[in-house]
Write a protein that binds this ligand. Structure first.
Ligand code: XMP
Length: 543
């Protein structure tokens, strides 16, 4: 299958480049800057990402360009553009002032294939401290801004490569971010017109090829999968069951700290989807082991340990299982670089399954971004409420109750959370411009009319939930009675990957209504607060 390689030099937007390429129905792989694959016949083009470093930093990431230049069309973005220019005889210097934010391209060479269809004055997003002050021989400047002379350059052949060698481009702005309004067009020009992508990577083709591959991989074996009610494991389950039917056995453990009615509802959804699911109500064990425990880390450890015990006990009963399937997705596996140069890899936890079971790992979603998982879910005919579900932490409401956990506290929180979440689903907002594009790009299905879309607050945000501050009491008055009860904090955040997040600016009338509903209907709560902390320095969950 054709692919674009994106070499990661540590920029925060590298994953975004990947998503933009996938939006062009083209497969791509994000690899650390020094892991360019040798002799892969499927590569049709290469993108070099930005970086937090200057090309002059001693610890800057460096790559041998000779294995890439001339062999494939190359697009350098920001640091990628500066790195190529610097290495091929151009000059890069600190900019007199940091070039950051919105700028407009002037004097674009509209005859260059990279800028086909562009408008003079097109808005782009800059973010760099160095700037290119001279480009190598054979290079042409193809766009400038008021303050950046070499905003984009082009060379038909990299120096030292033959006349039939592939061309290269560099742009000092970030076409992958929304603020570069024609950035997607630039990437389309590169990926489709220049590199020749056939644009045959789609949800439908992914389902067809993956189902065929799964049948080949798994044969007549039995597969076990742990369901969480979340999008990734649910889509993985439906995809695998499409391939092997009821030779897939799913296990869904209820630890008692899911959302209100969630276990029963999700079990019903799974039944309708034809999945073979064993639902295990283990709430008594979890509540028993958590009794009196207040330390957040301790709570997490107990839940993790109990979960593995319960899951394993069920899995062991399935004696003919040969495979363990997981809903691991691409961002879980991308080796991301941090500024110290260390490679950080987030491993998916296999859950410590008993060794004697000797299971092989099956991860059918391991190449997909979250929005692609949702598209695949839709392709498989899954209900929208399962597909657009917010992420929910494995330890559930336990990390949203300060202090010790009791079934009574969980019920109070479930009721408050339910009012909040239902309110978010019912409240519709109209969005236009960049806000609308951001929501649509995240895979939310909404029709555009007159440049506007209508979505629920729920679909507009990344994640929301209520937190019970059960270690705090405050005084209130209800009717003629003095109350002395717990506050509930509401948390709603916008994010693209949960690594960073901002608190959602929810409408005041919505917050007023939810606050009144919670205080009037949930016994034990007499005050509602809204968490206005971003991540970092706070985290999304309170524990
Ligand atoms: P934090 O609180 O670290 O959360 O900002 C980031 C994202 O991860 C989710 N989260 C978890 N998910 N097991 C999970 O499966 C966990 O123990 C866990 N802790 C946090 C959190 O809901 C958010 O989406």
């Amino acid at each position: 299958m054709q692919k674009i390689i994106i070499l990661d030099f540590g920029s925060q937007t590298t994953q975004l480049i990947g998503r933009r390429v996938r939006e062009l129905d083209t497969f791509c792989e994000i690899l650390p800057y020094n892991k360019f694959p040798q002799n892969d016949p499927d590569i049709i083009g290469v993108i070099l990402s930005g970086s937090p470093f200057s090309v002059y930093d001693p610890e800057a990431f460096k790559v041998d360009l000779t294995q890439i230049l001339g062999r494939y069309p190359v697009l350098g973005i920001c640091y990628g553009a500066q790195y190529m220019s610097h290495n091929l005889g151009g000059r890069v210097e600190p900019a007199p002032s940091r070039e950051y934010g919105r700028q407009h391209l002037t004097t674009i060479d509209l005859s260059n294939p990279l800028f086909r269809g562009f408008e003079q004055g097109s808005q782009v997003w800059m973010s760099h401290g160095d700037t290119i002050t001279a480009i190598p021989e054979n290079f042409t400047c193809i766009a400038s801004t008021a303050s950046v002379r070499y905003a984009a350059y082009y060379s038909p052949q990299a120096p030292g490569t033959g006349s039939s060698a592939a061309p290269l481009w560099g742009v000092q702005f970030h076409p992958e971010v929304f603020h570069s309004t024609q950035g997607s067009l630039l990437l389309k020009n590169f990926v489709v017109d220049i590199c020749g992508s056939r644009q045959d990577w789609s949800a439908a083709s992914f389902v067809d090829t993956t189902v065929a591959e799964l049948r080949q991989q798994v044969g007549n074996d039995r597969v076990i999968l742990g369901l969480s009610g979340g999008v990734d494991s649910s889509v993985a389950a439906v995809l695998i069951s499409r391939a092997i039917g009821d030779r897939l056995t799913c296990i869904f453990v209820d630890h008692g700290m899911l959302r209100k009615n969630e276990f029963a509802q999700v079990m019903e959804d799974y039944k309708v989807l034809g999945l073979n699911v064993i639902g295990v109500d283990a709430s008594k064990k979890f509540f028993g082991d958590l009794a009196g425990v207040t330390d957040p880390e301790q709570k997490r450890k107990i839940i993790g340990r109990d979960f593995v015990e319960v899951f394993n006990a069920e899995a062991k009963k399935i004696t003919d299982a040969r495979w363990l399937a997981q809903g691991t997705i691409y961002p879980d596996r991308i080796e991301s670089l941090n500024i110290t140069g260390k490679v950080i890899k987030s491993h998916h936890n296999v859950g410590g399954l008993p060794k004697e079971m000797n299971l092989q790992l099956c991860e059918p979603l391991k190449w997909l971004f979250k929005d692609e998982v949702r598209r695949v879910g839709r392709q498989l005919g899954m209900p929208e409420h399962l597909i657009t579900r917010h992420p929910f932490p494995g330890p559930g409401l336990a990390v949203r109750i300060l202090g010790d956990i009791t079934p009574e506290k969980v019920q109070i929180l479930q009721d408050a959370d339910d009012i909040f979440i239902r309110g978010l689903r019912d409240y519709k907002v109209r969005l236009s411009g960049e806000e609308a594009r951001r929501v649509l790009a995240a895979g939310v299905p909404a029709a555009m009319t007159d440049g506007e879309i209508e979505v629920s607050l729920y679909d507009q945000i990344w994640q929301a939930g209520a937190v019970l501050l059960s270690t705090v009491r405050s005084v209130g008055v209800m009717g003629d009675e003095r109350t002395y009860e717990h506050p509930v904090a509401l948390r709603a955040v916008t994010s693209t990957d949960a690594m960073t997040a901002d608190w959602a600016h929810l409408p005041y009338d919505f917050m007023a209504r939810v606050s009144t509903d919670i205080i009037n209907h949930v016994r034990g709560v007499n005050r509602v607060c809204y968490d206005i902390s971003s991540k970092p320095p706070a985290t999304i969950e309170w524990e």
